[in-house]
Write a protein that binds this ligand. Structure first.
Ligand code: DGL
Length: 293
């Protein structure tokens, strides 16, 4: 089936879906996309050479995100998923504008939707990178859906380093969680603490079991992976480009540096074994902008 035009060219439903992140964290999103849409082909790009995006300026984040998306666009993708909260918070408008009519889906709005679906009290804590917190996009997306929400946002940059190191549990991880979260989740405080915690960074879901251990059973812990997968399925269906003609799709993995590290750490995020030879190294400096921009 062919649908919607990309310039004067139809986008076939057999085209792959492009997914990018600053590194391997977005593989937690890819995992949910594969569960939801097993018949689709995916091309995943991790910009490992320039990770982290979360401590960079908005200008650099926009530039890096556009370069990553251009490379995927060159590979003829029918849709772009920005599997990075920082890039979704800072660069989504620029990406949507540049790649129109190719749909661009970020993880931030689906994450905000998941938080609003889970909270009872409207008190929500968002854990994210410095740039995501500073930009205020999560806070705005939540209060747009639920104007009475009280949102506390906390930058947790060390969580990215811990996850990248494969340290997801144990006393050091618990200590860092206490250091970041004790102020927000104060037992016996005069004001009730949040009932919902949003993992507003694609690296954080691997820390969820330890967060649960530290916070106890009463706090809902949500991330954007499943809601992003639902949003992607809806957009593909709306555009008539859902793929129905194959049982199992393919996954192509691209990175800008370090295939060994990508495979070792990425396997934990994706939940399946990976070898360095599964990862193709690409150079983003030469990815051209789409014609007409
Ligand atoms: N992928 C980023 C995010 O979801 C976290 C890592 C980084 O700072 O680049 O915000």
């Amino acid at each position: 089936m062919r649908s919607k035009t990309q310039g004067d060219q139809a986008i076939p439903s057999s085209s792959p879906i492009g997914v990018f992140d600053s590194g391997v964290g977005g593989l937690t999103v890819l995992r949910a996309l594969l569960d939801r849409l097993p018949g689709e082909d995916f091309v995943y790009l991790g910009d490992t050479a320039r990770l982290p995006y979360g401590s960079k300026s908005p200008g650099s984040i926009r530039q890096y995100s556009l370069q990553a998306a251009r490379l995927l666009h060159e590979r003829g993708v029918k849709c772009l998923v920005v599997a990075c909260n920082t890039a979704s918070a800072i660069a989504l408008d620029a990406l949507t504008q540049e790649f129109d009519p190719v749909p661009v889906i970020g993880v931030l709005e689906p994450g905000a939707a998941a938080a609003c679906g889970a909270t009872r009290s409207g008190r929500i804590a968002v854990l994210a990178t410095e740039s995501t917190v500073r930009g205020g996009a999560y806070q705005a997306a939540i209060t747009r859906r639920r104007p009475d929400a009280v949102v506390t946002a906390r930058a947790c940059p060390l969580f990215v380093a811990l996850a990248e190191e494969g340290w997801t549990d144990g006393p050091i991880v618990e200590g860092v969680i206490h250091r970041y979260l004790d102020q927000i989740f104060v037992a016996g405080a005069a004001v009730a603490h949040p009932d919902t915690l949003v993992l507003g960074c694609t690296h954080f879901p691997v820390l969820a079991p330890t967060l649960r251990k530290v916070l106890g059973p009463d706090v809902a812990i949500v991330d954007s992976a499943a809601t992003t997968a639902a949003a992607l399925a809806e957009v593909l269906a709306q555009r008539g480009v859902l793929r129905h003609d194959q049982a199992a799709g393919s996954v192509t993995l691209l990175a800008t540096d370090g295939p060994e590290r990508f495979a070792r750490v990425g396997a934990m995020f994706l939940g399946r074994p990976l070898a360095p030879t599964d990862v193709e190294i690409v150079d983003l400096a030469f990815a051209p902008a789409p014609s007409g921009t």
